[in-house]
Write a protein that binds this ligand. Structure first.
Ligand SMILES: Cc1cc2nc3c(=O)[nH]c(=O)nc-3n(C[C@H](O)[C@H](O)[C@H](O)COP(=O)(O)OP(=O)(O)OC[C@H]3O[C@@H](n4cnc5c(N)ncnc54)[C@H](O)[C@@H]3O)c2cc1C
Length: 392
């Protein structure tokens, strides 16, 4: 395990940081508050990002990607969230699905969706959670029953990042509900659902943060998905969910690190200027205590996140390290963002005075809930440590 990121990653990180600072930051600061990006605004932003690695880093070279390591992708995600968390979550979540298509899709799927995905001509989302099945994925009810040359999909999907916009979704559904009831590792398939071929309804579920993005509620009523859109069959569906979840958890930990870095920088700058009782607040011991706590939170989160990414780069199964990074970073970010507001005082709460701390505070809040709550991460850590599961 390294304690410094390699020089070539550091250089690309700094290039990306500079790009984001000059090309993206101001748009985010001005645009985020007024709600979801329009679909064409999102495409424009993705086109703007093309000179950077962000749309290609996770893709193999044969489809035009740069195939960066997980460690580098974590570093890029952190930088992205440091500037505009809402856009980082939107784009990185979309990239997860495009990567899956590029690495595991059939040739026609790669042809149809990867280049368009890279250029933001289509937006994708991952449709797994349902109203009654968030943590409890054994309670999935959406079905995809084969009928001739198509799967007939019925059910409701909820909380999908990008779900409101997504032209293409990666849907988890039960192809054999009774097999799934007996054993939740069976009877599950993944289908690509392309709205232009298999229309479904969606609406946005606005939440307290991530205002530039959308979170979808989707309904499928006898939606016919042609057989050729089968992505993972019953032998692969369950295992593939586990692999994707592991990476996504590390990615959320990276976003948490980026948010913490941003609020630390803002709080530090403020503490060096603001004067109370005749001196800069940075020289009050209790402000230094908060700055130190913030830095401790960031550095420990970063180490845990980089460690999980490095293990993944070495193809070492690391459910515990992924869960630990996610549980820790995604909890501590709430405390760190809260301390940043505390240091800024009332200014930290304002929404219209040129401070962005409240936005980062709101944006951080979902991290301990999405992609496996902190409690579920602790159950994974407990199971791995004790060798016994709390969930029967
Ligand atoms: C912003 C955002 C984006 C998301 N994006 C996606 C997406 O793109 N695709 C997707 O499929 N889903 C997505 N989700 C859904 C997310 O994965 C779920 O919200 C999450 O798994 C938690 O499920 P839930 O909200 O239904 O909470 P519940 O599962 O109902 O949990 C409620 C509370 O009970 C606790 N709890 C549950 N079970 C246990 C237990 N056994 N022991 C102890 N405590 C327990 C939880 O920790 C939590 O505190 C997203 C969610 C959010 C907020």
């Amino acid at each position: 395990m390294r304690f410094q990121i390699p020089q070539e990653i550091e250089s690309r990180k700094m290039e990306f940081r500079e790009f984001l600072e000059t090309e993206i930051r101001q748009i985010g600061d001005e645009r985020d508050a007024s709600g979801p990006l329009k679909r064409d605004e999102l495409s424009e932003l993705i086109l703007k990002l093309q000179p950077t690695d962000i749309m290609r880093a996770s893709l193999p070279e044969e489809v035009g990607g740069t195939n960066r390591t997980f460690l580098e992708r974590v570093v890029l995600a952190e930088e992205f969230a440091r500037v505009w968390p809402s856009l980082a979550v939107t784009v990185d979540s979309h990239n997860i699905v495009v990567e899956l298509i590029a690495r595991q899709g059939s040739d026609w799927m790669k042809e149809a969706y990867v280049e368009k995905g890279m250029r933001g001509e289509i937006i994708t989302g991952e449709l797994m959670s349902e109203p009654q099945a968030g943590s409890d994925t054994r309670n999935i009810k959406a079905t995809a029953i084969l009928d001739g040359d198509a799967y007939v999909v019925n059910g409701t999907k909820m909380w999908t990042t990008n779900g409101f916009w997504a032209e293409v979704g990666l849907l988890t559904a039960l192809s054999d509900p009774s097999a799934f009831a007996r054993n939740p590792q069976k009877g599950v398939v993944h289908l690509l659902v392309d709205r232009s071929v298999s229309p479904f309804k969606s609406r946005d579920l606005p939440i307290i943060g991530l205002k530039a993005g959308t979170t979808g509620f989707m309904e499928f009523n006898n939606c016919r998905v042609p057989k050729k859109y089968l992505f993972h069959d019953e032998s692969m569906g369950y295992m593939q969910n586990l692999v994707v979840r592991g990476w996504a958890r590390v990615l959320l930990a990276a976003w948490a690190c980026g948010i913490m870095q941003a609020v630390l920088e803002d709080a530090t700058e403020f503490a060096k200027e603001r004067i109370t009782f005749g001196k800069r607040i940075g020289s009050h011991q209790m402000i230094q205590d908060m700055i130190a706590e913030m830095l401790i939170g960031i550095e420990t989160s970063r180490l845990a996140t980089y460690k999980a990414a490095e293990l993944m780069d070495h193809n070492i199964r690391c459910d515990l390290e992924q869960a630990l990074a996610k549980a820790y970073a995604c909890e501590v970010v709430n405390r760190v963002a809260g301390m940043a507001i505390q240091i800024l005082g009332a200014r930290g709460l304002t929404t219209n005075e040129g401070f962005r701390t409240e936005r980062f505070y709101r944006d951080a809040r979902f991290l301990s809930i999405a992609e496996g709550t902190t409690q579920i991460m602790k159950l994974i850590i407990g199971r791995k440590t004790l060798g016994m599961s709390a969930i029967s």
